[in-house]
Design a protein around this ligand. Structure first.
Ligand code: FES
Length: 350
């Protein structure tokens, strides 16, 4: 099982959303982390639920945008030196724009509040190119999605892609009530086309949370399952999938674990020919930045994947919510914002 994080709420929100990224190539991650930022114009803003704003971004000079795949997210640079990541809701037929949906988080540290209250059509934002740590396995015979609240955003992109491919899918979408659920009309239209695929659950109507354990048990063993929603939902989802092939289970997180490495080590930047001491409890990223080494970053808590870096020698001490178990076990990748080293030296491809 691999893990990433979903956006649509502040990445630092206390109630974020998850998804496991599987078979993520380090090449594509590195390319995304070093790609040049774009300046994009806000071309449309619409309310798609009571507190959720959909924002469409286009190239001001109509230049083509970088291509992306279902499940990808973009990082927005917002005023106040804020970096916030949001999942793209676009389907594959609309790659001339980036469309995100942002929930006005009551506990916002500034990102979703700015987008909800200040962002307007015509504004220009600096945006990192799309980065996918929650990819869709397009060849799966059946895909089953479990979404909570704003966690519907990457999943909507996946559903749109599967519709294009003519593949089978099911959606279990939980929200507090109908007014707080996003994209309901589109999902109802998909359900009308082929009944039995979309299952809404509104907590206030049902008087309880979605019975995820029971619902997940109805999904065939060889299906690929995806979950994006609040932390508790992800926890239950993971518990419900223990018996499945773990490569078929995908979650995306909104927040990090807050765990930090507890031992000191030396980080070596092979290409730059530099090395630094990383004290216990300190992040590699912070040490590098303190020493004038630029490091691509966004969430700084191990959920967005932006800082993913190749490990050339040594054993990482993983503390992120991005890498799959297989990627962790390979000792070939590290998220420098939160992870450390179990070995005395860690040689990175920087
Ligand atoms: S995982 Fe987001 S900056 Fe490191």
């Amino acid at each position: 099982m691999s893990e990433a994080f979903t956006m649509g709420s502040d990445a630092t929100s206390p109630d974020p959303e998850p998804c496991d990224a599987i078979e993520v190539s380090s090449v594509s991650h590195a390319a995304a982390a070093t790609a040049r930022p774009l300046s994009l114009r806000v071309s449309a803003i619409d309310m798609v639920a009571q507190t959720i704003r959909m924002v469409e971004l286009v190239s001001p000079d109509s230049a083509p945008l970088p291509s992306f795949t279902a499940g990808a997210h973009i990082n927005l640079k917002l005023p106040g030196d804020l970096n916030r990541s949001y999942s793209l809701t676009n389907g594959p037929t609309t790659q001339d724009r980036f469309t995100i949906a942002v929930n006005r988080d009551a506990a916002s540290r500034g990102g979703s509040a700015y987008i909800a209250e200040k962002l307007k059509v015509g504004d220009v934002l600096v945006v990192d190119p799309p980065h996918n740590t929650f990819p869709l396995v397009e060849e799966a015979e059946l895909s089953a999605f479990f979404a909570g609240g704003i966690g519907i955003t990457p999943i909507l992109a996946m559903i749109r892609r599967l519709e294009q491919l003519g593949k089978s899918w099911k959606l279990f979408y939980a929200a507090r009530n109908r007014a707080s659920a996003a994209f309901v009309s589109e999902l109802e239209a998909l359900e009308a086309q082929s009944p039995g695929r979309v299952h809404f659950h509104f907590d206030e109507e049902a008087g309880r949370v979605m019975p995820l354990l029971k619902l997940a048990a109805t999904v065939p063993k060889l299906a690929h399952l995806y979950c994006c929603g609040p932390a508790k939902m992800i926890q239950v989802f993971k518990a419900s999938c223990g018996w499945r092939p773990q490569d078929n289970v995908h979650v995306e997180h909104f927040a990090g674990t807050n765990a930090r490495p507890t031992t000191a080590f030396t980080v070596v930047l092979k290409r730059q020919g530099k090395e630094f001491h990383v004290p216990a409890g300190e992040s590699i990223m912070q040490v590098l930045m303190d020493n004038g080494v630029a490091v691509a970053h966004s969430c700084r808590e191990g959920v967005c994947g932006t800082c993913e870096t190749r490990v050339l020698e040594g054993v990482p001490d993983h503390k992120d919510n991005v890498l799959s178990q297989r990627e962790r076990d390979s000792n070939s990748l590290i998220l420098t914002c939160c992870s450390g080293a179990k070995s005395d030296r860690l040689v990175l491809d920087i």
